[in-house]
Design a protein around this ligand. Structure first.
Ligand code: CDP
Length: 207
């Protein structure tokens, strides 16, 4: 049976870590949909038009090693406001969600637009300062030279663009369980996610 888990939330809230752990726990596939927007944004930095880049996207593009840079993140959130770009990426995401055996998709609009029928929906968030510190640690670990204030500014700018856009704005689905990871370590955040998802899984023998 296809059991779809939708995990949404703002930048650097812990979605990626939680999504990978949840996918491993249930033995299902995982798609980080931010990579689709990052790959499109990456091409626009080379001068390719956003819609052309979105239509030409292939799975291989998600493996490029510079997709995690702050410049690409900004480019991604700029192409992500364009309805025709979002539309071009819908089929790929829905096909992934429909995999036999189930799937975890993480992003901004999975529970609201891409998979409104998902069996389990989480909205993972944290304060902007906590998210900026986590992203700073990640970037520094990769050798990227940056500082707290510029990472915080980047996070806030993308939050505003993601929440204020007309098409598929970032917001929790009405039936999403919100997990605020500001004061949670990784293990506690993963445990909270699994507890919330277990509550939505068909229990054997019941009913
Ligand atoms: O890793 P981080 O949370 O910083 O960002 P991401 O999930 O890789 O997403 C990068 C950008 O893509 C976001 O700022 C959004 O503008 C956009 N995005 C989106 O619009 N819809 C999605 N489902 C996923 C990402």
């Amino acid at each position: 049976m296809a059991f779809t888990i939708a995990i949404d939330g703002p930048a650097a809230a812990g979605k990626g870590t939680i999504s990978r752990a949840v996918a491993a726990h249930y033995g299902v596939a995982h798609l980080d949909t931010g990579l689709l927007y990052r790959a499109v944004g990456r091409r626009t930095l080379d001068g390719v038009a956003p819609l052309e880049a979105a239509r030409a996207l292939v799975a291989e593009d998600l493996k490029a090693d510079d997709l995690r840079s702050p410049e690409v993140a900004q480019a991604a959130s700029k192409v992500a406001v364009l309805p025709e770009v979002r539309e071009a990426l819908v089929d790929f995401q829905r096909a992934f969600a429909a995999r036999a055996g189930g799937a975890v998709l993480d992003g901004r609009d999975i529970g609201t637009v891409i998979c409104p029928e998902a069996e389990a929906k989480l909205f993972v968030t944290a304060s902007a300062e906590v998210r900026a510190q986590r992203r700073l640690d990640e970037l520094r670990a990769k050798g990227v030279e940056t500082d707290f204030d510029s990472v915080l500014a980047d996070v806030r700018e993308r939050d505003a663009r993601d929440m204020d856009r007309a098409d598929a704005p970032l917001r929790p689905a009405p039936d999403a369980v919100t997990i605020d990871t500001s004061a949670l370590d990784i293990e506690a955040a993963i445990a909270a996610a699994i507890a919330a998802i277990d509550g939505r899984r068909p229990s054997s023998g019941a009913g």
